[in-house]
Design a protein. Sequence first.
Length: 380
Amino acid sequence: MSEPTFEEELRPPYEEGVLLDVRGIRTYFFTEEGIVRALENVSYKVYEAKTLGIVGESGCGKSVSALSVMGIVPDPPGKIIEGEVWYRGEDLRKKSDAEMRTIRGNKMAMIFQDPMTSLNPVLTVGDQIMEAIRLHQEVDLQTARENAIKIMDLVGIPSAVDRVDDYPFMFSGGMRQRVMIAMSLSCNPELLIADEPTTALDVTIQAQILNILKAIRNEFNMSIMLITHDLGVIAELTDYVTVMYAGYIVEYASTIELFKNPMHPYSIALLGAIPKPDTRKDDDLTIIPGAIPNLITPPPGCRFHPRCSHTMDICKKEITKLRQVAPQHTVRCHLFNKYPVAEVEEYTEKMRERYQREQLEEIQTKKFKRRLKKFIKGRE
């Protein structure tokens, strides 16, 4: 019998306090151009009354992860090849479509990325909220309407009793997002999946939406899975963070730990690209060179190695497993296989300081192995 992987050791069949446990999900899309390997062995947990953030660039697999959890990956061309989605000790992947329909919107709800296109333009917003209520609760039309008005008022839609019969085009983008939140909350779910809930909204409205999410999390004591590319949103709302790149999870940690002590070169680069309060108008921002790879023909080995300033030969050949470097902090990087954690941790601290004062292009000009060996030798 082969030894269990780290992921298997980390995740028992059911752990107290864990609401959602995603294990080893692989989701592919079979297109005319080829197979898009959107998710590869993705595993994470969502704890009760906590918020998990999933962050990464566009195309890294964040939204596909949410669709896989909900069981609504478009088929064709998408298909979940393998993996498990455990919810309160039950594997949702083994449930029928009819059983999943009783769970979606009731126990688990999702706010989709674009409120402009997610609402039905020919139905009033009240009808759409009432539809979700009546689908999962045995209430008459009048009670459903009263509940819809209450939930619209809860999410900050002014004059809800008058606006319940309005159509989506009569609402601004921010108000339509509030309607989407109201729909997702209509049956008081235990888990709310918010896929880019502040996309295409101005900063003032973004702040209002985040305040609403925080308020409903506290009032309903619900868990939230927040998908975003905005690290400011992550810092504001989440308890734990999963960093994804090109279909893989590359780092997982508490939010405080990730911002204080990021380990993976991609996480460090993401944080280094955030504008600082003291950034002057004529200052150049740190960038991550290149782009997310084509997932039909991804690079061999670590998928980040073509953009990484610390690539070793093994990075181009093999992709490593997640390694635990601290309590509730895991990293997928060959640095932690080649060198002791303490030495790499001290080196990454120096590396983070360089990200703050130098451009990434300058860092790339130097070989990682030579720099790290020199650093370790200097400590001896």
